[in-house]
Design a protein around this ligand. Structure first.
Ligand code: SF4
Ligand code: SF4
Length: 445
């Protein structure tokens, strides 16, 4: 069977609980350690069946690669497995980030039918110091081996932290003994700082030299893209890749200040109105370049290796951590399953980002927008729904000939695109006019 991944969705699982206390904890569990943090976990706001319907392959336009990661140990969220099973039943690929110690949850996955579990990828984070301290190394390796035997795809990933440096020789020996290969490496980063800097006290050249002995393409790619902002590039985050909060259903283009695309678990009948980040990535470097570039190809003009190179290892017995069908989907980028935008579509998308942020849009936008309106408004008049700065700019700059209420045939354009799915039912009660989100204008004619 030929699988084509339509979108990559990185999901935040609302769990802060963890049985470990790693010194470099990059996902925020540390906030809960001293008792000042948030609740241990938050139950999903919507029933899991509704969440799965919100993420259905019909609504997404095809099969998705869905990654699940908590702010603590992902498997400690009590509703996680139910959701995973529903997503797999719908045909999606599901990857889960875990510290590899919640055996009961892992065993639940091994008992799914073979085809379904072949669409599971486990990212076994290798927290060596904690595993050793808590006498859990044996259990951890048993879980990795059992996942491999059960036909799941996996990778083993160590954090290249300063605290692990003194243990490098020991860690290498353990990896060779247990797997016959070395683990991959990720670089810890200061997630909450503006510069998203490296979390190392070592000089960078020394840090890179020390860790390059693991020959991890994952580590190498992170270094290659670190510190390079994406302002000159058009990013399709919001169309091909996303960040989704499973607690609330808020689908965003990316992390931090990226725009909300839609609250997708409410009003699941409403199609998703995709809107790309375009030239508006505000981060000092791509937050997770290894997956957004190498798996999603979210910025297609940036060349990157295939994701499989960053995740796989071939074991001495010839078996591989990444198996089919993951081998296939990690060898083709999501962007290869899409057409890129035309120049007018890019200008339009950039204008959506600009106007929704109170910034002047590209100079070409007026002409582009009027051309789209000419295509769709023959015998129809446009009405703008809300009173906001976005609408004001359009009223002040777009030709009056497109606007009017007097004609029966009307198209009502909603400029608050993130809230369109909630606003539309309210307008529908008052009118039978066609109601559209502004982000869909280029695709209406
Ligand atoms: S296992 Fe993960 S979530 Fe738990 S403390 Fe370590 S890094 Fe943080
Ligand atoms: S370039 Fe990377 S960090 Fe920036 S918006 Fe795109 S996916 Fe997100």
């Amino acid at each position: 069977m030929l699988y084509k991944i339509k979108r990559f969705i990185d999901c935040h699982v609302p769990v802060n609980l963890c049985n470990f206390q790693c010194d470099y904890c990059t996902v925020g569990q540390w906030r809960a350690i001293d008792g000042k943090g948030p609740e241990k976990y938050t139950l999903f706001k919507y029933p899991v069946e509704q969440m799965a319907a919100g993420l259905s392959k019909e609504r997404m336009g095809g099969i998705c690669s869905i990654n699940l990661c908590g702010n603590g140990e992902t498997f400690l969220h009590p509703q996680l497995l139910e959701l995973v099973e529903l997503l797999l039943k719908d045909g999606h690929f599901v990857s889960i980030v875990t510290n590899g110690t919640v055996t009961k949850s892992l065993e639940y996955l091994y008992n799914l039918d073979y085809e379904m579990r072949s669409r599971i990828f486990l990212k076994f984070s290798f927290h060596y110091i904690e595993l050793k301290k808590k006498n859990l190394l044996e259990k951890y390796f048993r879980n990795v081996h059992n996942a491999h035997k059960a036909g799941l795809s996996l990778t083993v990933e160590l954090v290249a932290s300063d605290s692990n440096v003194a243990l490098i020789d020991e860690i290498k020996q353990v990896c060779m003994k247990e797997f016959g290969v070395l683990c991959h490496l990720t670089d810890p980063r200061a997630n909450t700082t503006n510069d998203i800097r490296h979390l190392t006290e070592m000089p960078m050249d020394e840090h890179i030299k020390v860790w390059s002995q693991f020959e991890s393409a994952l580590f190498d790619y992170r270094q290659a893209t670190w510190g390079q902002n994406r302002k000159a590039h058009f990013c399709y985050g919001g169309v091909w890749s996303f960040n989704l909060d499973l607690g609330t259903g808020r689908l965003k283009q990316c992390y931090r200040d990226a725009k909300t695309v839609q609250y997708i678990f409410e009003n699941v009948e409403e199609p998703i109105h995709f809107v790309p980040r375009g030239h508006f990535c505000s981060l000092p470097h791509c937050f997770n370049s290894h997956v957004f570039d190498c798996h999603a190809g979210a910025v297609p003009d940036i060349k990157s290796p295939e994701y499989i190179e960053l995740r796989n290892r071939v074991l001495p017995d010839g078996t591989e951590w990444v198996k089919e069908p993951y081998k296939t989907i990690y060898s083709v980028k999501v962007c290869e399953n899409h057409k890129q935008y035309t120049e007018p579509e890019k200008i339009f998308a950039d204008a959506m980002m600009a106007l929704s942020s109170g910034i002047e849009p590209p100079v070409e936008f007026k002409a582009v927008f009027e051309a789209y309106l000419s295509d769709i408004s023959i015998n129809k008049k446009i009405e703008l729904y809300e009173d906001n700065e976005f609408t004001k700019w359009l009223k002040d700059n777009i030709s009056d000939k497109f606007f009017g209420k007097e004609n029966n045939e009307r198209i009502i354009i909603v400029t608050s695109f993130s809230d369109f799915a909630q606003i539309k039912p309210q307008i529908e009660k008052e009118t039978d006019a066609e109601i559209v989100s502004i982000v869909d204008i280029p695709y209406l004619s």
